[in-house]
Design a binder for this molecule. Structure first.
Ligand code: GAP
Length: 460
C-alpha cells in the first residue's frame, strides 16, 4: 500500500512545536542532536498512551506484574545480556563527502529490503557492499572506509575517589530490569508460570544516525513485557501476543492498512521466532514494536553470570525448568509519533477553509475537554464549569480570540469536546458541547456533562 499521505514529518514537527506538544531539546542553545522535550500538551499525550498500555497489558490481566527497576544496574547484567560485547552499530564513512552511515541500512536499502543484514558478520556486510558496489546515498561515490563498530551503550561512572571509579551504563533497554527481578516477583507474588513482568521506563542509546524527530532518539521510553512460560506453550503465546499487540494498536484508532507484521527470516542464535509490527509512516514502513521468542536464553545467562538458580518448580508436578521468554517491546515515543501521524488530517470545510484536526482516540487526547466562554465577561461562570470538569479530566481553558479560532486550536491538539459558555448558561445552567470529529453541537445541563464526557473517553 503506497498511498500518498497528507501528513509529512515537517507538518508534524511544526504542529508539535507551535502547539506545545514537542520542542527540540535544549532549544535555546541550538538544540542537541536526537533529543526532544515534551511540552504541556505533549506530556499529556504521552502519559495517556502509557496509561492505555498499562491498562491493557497490566491492569486488565491477572498474571502480569508491573515493576519499576533502576536505570543503573550492576555492570555484570550487561555482560550476561551480551550488550557489553555486541551492542554496537556497524558504521562506514564515505571518504568523499565525509557522511557516516550504518552498513546494515545501506545493504537493506540497496537490496530494497530483500537482504537482511541483521545476522551478517562485519566481513559479510563488507563483502556485500564491495561485491554490489553500493554507493554513498549522499554523494553517489563508492569510496568507503572499512566498517567500524560504534558502541551504543552510554557509559558513566560511580565512585568517590578519582582513579577508583567503576564504569556503569545507562540501560539501553528496560527488559533486563524484568529478567533480574524474575525470582523476586515470582516469590513475592506467588506467581505461577505462565506469568509476565512489565515495566515502562527510560532507555538510552548512543544513536548517531539521523533520528527523524522522535522516531529514533538517544533517550526514549520503552514499554516492555516479558512472558515466562513453558516451552510447550511458547509458540501459542508468541502468536497470541502478535495479535494482542496489533489489537492494541487498532483499538487506538490505527488504520488497519497502516499496520503489517514483518516476520524475521534470520534470527539471533538463541531466538526461536521474531516479528516486528511495522507502521506506515511519512518515512515509509518502519518498525513500531517487536515480539520475540527468546527461548530460555535470558534467564539461563543470568543464572550463569549471577550464580543464582533460575529454575522454576511447578507447584503441581514438582517439575523444575527454566521458563521460555516471549518478549513484547514497544517504544512510547515511537508510538507517540505513529499516533500523531495517524491522527493528523486536513479537511476542506464548506467555506473552503482547511481544518487541521488530530483525530486521536479520546482516551489518549491530551485534553478531554476545553472550556470556552463566548465572551470574557462570562469567565466567572466558565471558571466554575472548569472547576467541575477539571476534577475529572485534563481540561483546557481559553478565553482569548474568536470562538472559531479557539475551536481550530483545540482541533489541532485533538481535544474531543469543547464546552461553550454563553449568556443562556447564566439563565438555565446549560452549555453547548461541540464534538471534534463531527463538529456537531448539542445543548446539555451542566450537571450532565461529566457523565456525557466520561462515557466517551474510555479506553476498553
Ligand atoms: N528489549 C528489546 C528491545 O529493546 P528493540 O527492537 O531494540 O528491542 C524495542 O527496541 C522498541 O523500542 C522498538 O520497536 C522501538 O519502538 C523502540 N526503540 C528502540 N530504539 C529506539 C530509539 N533509539 N528511539 C526511540 N525508540 C526506540
Amino acid at each position: 500500500m503506497e498511498e500518498k499521505m497528507k501528513v509529512t514529518m515537517e507538518k508534524i514537527v511544526n504542529l508539535c512545536k507551535t502547539r506545545g506538544l514537542i520542542f527540540p531539546g535544549s532549544d535555546i542553545y541550538g538544540g542537541m542532536g536526537n533529543t526532544w522535550d515534551y511540552g504541556p500538551v505533549g506530556v499529556e499525550l504521552k502519559n495517556n498512551i502509557k496509561r492505555a498500555w498499562w491498562k491493557r497489558f497490566v491492569q486488565e490481566e491477572v498474571n502480569v506484574y508491573g515493576v519499576d527497576a533502576a536505570i543503573l544496574m550492576n555492570p555484570r547484567v550487561w555482560d550476561a545480556s551480551g550488550h557489553t560485547q555486541n551492542f554496537s552499530d556497524p558504521k562506514m564513512d564515505c571518504k568523499s563527502c565525509k557522511q557516516r552511515f550504518r552498513a546494515d541500512n545501506l545493504i537493506e536499502e540497496h537490496s530494497k529490503g530483500k537482504e537482511s543484514a541483521e545476522a551478517m558478520t562485519t566481513e559479510q556486510m563488507e563483502e556485500y557492499i564491495n561485491l554490489n558496489k553500493v554507493k554513498c546515498p549522499h554523494c553517489g561515490n563508492f569510496n568507503w572506509t572499512p566498517i567500524r563498530q560504534f558502541k551504543l551503550m552510554f557509559e558513566t561512572s560511580r565512585g568517590t575517589l578519582e582513579g577508583e571509579k567503576d564504569v556503569v551504563y545507562l540501560r539501553p533497554e528496560t527488559a533486563q530490569g524484568e529478567y533480574v527481578n524474575f525470582l523476586n516477583v515470582q516469590r513475592s507474588m506467588r506467581a505461577k508460570v505462565p506469568f509476565a513482568i512489565a515495566q515502562i521506563g527510560k532507555a538510552f542509546r548512543n544513536e548517531i544516525t539521523p533520528g527523524n524527530f522522535i522516531f529514533r532518539t538517544i533517550e526514549f521510553e520503552q514499554m516492555e513485557l516479558q512472558n515466562f512460560c513453558r516451552e510447550e506453550k511458547s509458540f501459542e503465546l508468541y502468536e497470541a501476543f502478535k495479535e494482542k499487540a496489533k489489537k492494541f494498536l487498532l483499538d487506538l484508532n490505527f488504520n488497519p492498512e497502516h499496520l503489517r507484521f514483518h516476520d524475521h527470516e534470520k534470527l539471533a542464535h538463541y531466538a526461536k521466532a521474531a516479528c516486528d509490527i511495522q507502521f506506515y509512516s511519512p518515512l515509509g514502513w518502519e518498525e513500531l514494536n517487536g515480539i520475540h521468542h527468546r527461548s530460555t536464553w535470558d534467564l539461563s545467562r543470568h543464572q550463569e553470570y549471577s550464580g543464582k538458580s533460575m529454575l522454576y518448580t511447578d507447584p503441581v508436578t514438582n517439575e523444575k525448568f527454566i521458563p521460555n521468554v516471549i518478549e513484547y517491546s514497544i517504544g512510547a515515543d515511537r508510538l507517540t509519533l505513529a499516533l500523531l501521524t495517524e491522527a493528523y488530517d486536513e479537511e476542506t470545510l464548506e467555506n473552503g477553509e482547511i481544518r487541521v484536526v488530530m483525530h486521536f482516540h479520546p482516551a489518549i487526547a491530551p485534553f478531554k475537554v476545553a472550556v470556552l466562554p463566548l465572551q470574557k465577561n462570562l469567565s466567572e461562570k466558565a471558571k466554575h464549569v472548569y472547576s467541575i470538569l477539571s476534577k475529572e479530566f485534563m481540561c483546557d481553558y481559553d478565553e482569548a480570540g474568536s470562538i472559531g479560532k479557539r475551536y481550530r486550536r483545540e482541533d489541532e491538539i485533538g481535544t474531543p469536546f469543547c464546552v461553550t459558555i454563553d449568556f443562556d448558561t447564566l439563565e438555565d445552567d446549560t452549555v453547548t458541547i461541540r464534538d471534534r470529529d463531527s463538529m456537531q453541537q448539542i445543548r446539555l445541563p451542566i450537571s450532565e456533562i461529566v457523565t456525557y464526557i466520561s462515557e466517551r473517553v474510555k479506553f476498553n
